[in-house]
Design a protein around this ligand. Structure first.
Ligand code: ZN
Ligand code: ZN
Length: 359
């Protein structure tokens, strides 16, 4: 795990005070990890203005004590909620993540809570902190992005023609591990020919044929942090039409990259790519948003979308990934991972974006 949680707890406490809460109950394990460092599969964190108590069970108490030195570790035994509720203010506003907590769990917490305490819907507090990455987090994402680059370089060397999409997906998984990743950040997309027109295509048992474009969208996890990048390769000599669509997507992608900087609105980042594609008459064939935040999860905030009201901030890490999808024919997507810095966007995906023709 990267980064000291100390400053994160401090920033969270500022938000807790701002919302006039007395404590926040954090049950989403990604958020628990972000705040405490604990990476086990059972943990609930209670953060108030002075303390942080990490509730887990016998399997994890030792690991929790080691990974989360800033938290008091509590073994919940047979009545975990009651054990944690004892540490709550007897009357007070306890924030909880209403976007994550199950209805049953909510009822059980209400049952366990001290009589005078109330539960206050407070989704998004930790996610808001996670949007801005610290130096350690960015370093981990850079490592993950470098592994992704290596995988593209290897695939370009090995060639694609005659290999089945599913075998290429497995090869990506093997290479990720060989290059030092913990695992993939999502099942890779390997989509040849007309299959590339499905933005989230699943690999098939069909082999790549000469003359096809192949969309390769993949990412890995290093030190808990994700990468995400897409390259579209040409297997054999591409048709003029394929090359034309590729160049258009590349132009849209580079236009959007230039719009990635602090204070820029996220919707303007999306519009930058969309305008290029719309002007060329393919607006209807670019149906997803231009990018998303990446961190402990492969999809997080902020989102480069026409619906977003957020502005980019230094420390955001986002993808820029326009695409054009022509049903029955082909698909092209080009995706870079970018860290927002004071001077503008710094691209972490370094494998070439010139149309790579492979055997
Ligand atoms: Zn992707
Ligand atoms: Zn993506």
């Amino acid at each position: 795990m990267s980064g000291a949680p100390g400053p994160r707890l401090k920033r969270l406490r500022e938000l807790i005070a701002e919302r006039e809460l007395d404590a926040l109950l954090v049950g989403n394990l990604v958020n628990v990890r972000y705040l405490s460092g604990f990476s086990g599969t059972n943990g609930v964190l209670l953060v108030d203005l002075d303390n942080a108590v990490l509730l887990t069970d016998f399997r994890y108490t030792e690991q929790a004590a080691e990974q989360a030195p800033e938290c008091e570790v509590l073994d919940g035994k047979n009545s975990p909620r009651e054990a944690l509720a004892e540490r709550m203010p007897t009357s007070g506003r306890i924030g909880f993540d209403d976007a994550d907590m199950r209805v049953q769990a909510h009822a059980a917490w209400l049952e366990a809570l001290p009589d005078g305490a109330e539960m206050v819907a407070s989704a998004g507090l930790v996610e808001c902190l996670r949007e801005v990455k610290d130096a350690d987090e960015i370093a981990a994402i850079e490592r993950a992005a470098a592994i992704t680059d290596e995988i593209y370089a290897t695939l370009a060397n090995e060639g694609l023609i005659g290999r089945r999409e599913c075998d290429l997906a497995w090869r990506i998984e093997v290479l990720a591990r060989e290059f030092g990743a913990e695992k993939l950040s999502f099942p890779p997309i390997v989509a040849a020919g007309s299959h590339g027109a499905l933005p989230h295509a699943e690999p098939r048992t069909r082999a790549v044929e000469s003359g096809e474009l192949v969309v390769l969208d993949l990412g890995v996890i290093a030190d808990g942090y994700c990468s995400d990048a897409t390259r579209t390769f040409a297997a054999g000599e591409p048709a003029a039409r394929a090359r034309e669509v590729y160049e258009l997507v590349l132009r849209a992608q580079e236009t959007a990259l230039a719009a990635v900087r602090p204070e820029q609105s996220c919707s303007a980042g999306d519009a930058a790519a969309r305008e290029v594609i719309e002007t060329a008459g393919h607006g209807e064939r670019f149906g997803h948003s231009t990018g998303h935040g990446v961190g402990l999860e492969v999809h997080e905030l902020p989102t480069l979308s026409s619906r977003s009201e957020a502005r980019l901030r230094a420390g955001n890490v986002v993808t820029v990934e326009p695409g054009i999808y022509l049903p029955g024919e082909l698909g092209v997507r080009i995706e870079d991972l970018v860290v927002v810095e004071q001077g503008g966007g710094r691209i972490l995906s370094n494998f070439t974006k010139d149309l790579t023709t492979v055997d």
